[in-house]
Design a protein. Sequence first.
Length: 171
Amino acid sequence: MNCQEREEKNEADRLFNCNHSPFQGLSSYHVLCGWLLIIHVYEWALAMFTINAILHASVIVADTKVALEFYQGVLGLELDSGRPDLGYPGAWLNLGNQQIHLLELPNPDPVSDRPEHGGRDRHTAFAVDSIDELVRVLGQHGLDCTLSRSGRRALFCRDPDGNALEFIEVI
């Protein structure tokens, strides 16, 4: 080992092999590899992504036309005409910056014997500006609903396919 190599080794030992290092006693090469691994793991942790929003929820329906009578006719959601041909019937409904996707596909889940109260079933929650007005509209269409048991101004109902929906008053 020449003088320059010895000097570089001593510098590496000084930088990477201090007494309080977790790599104490290892060669400077192994210490350097250990630090590179730590840096790589740290960079990976910094590169973690963040989920920012829910963009759509999909609902399985038996008949898109019947489902649209409910989601458009009763709830007043707007049809998005931009849905491509996906190889099966369905529809996309706009709801602010989010959507509801109606999928006319065979339902793998039972539609009967679901809990009476939608809060005890999987459900999608929507914000509304008036629970009282929604109760009136649902009643006009002969649709049953149950009030939330949480004490909030909220209610649950089911669409024609038995999918549970929650509506929470947000003023």
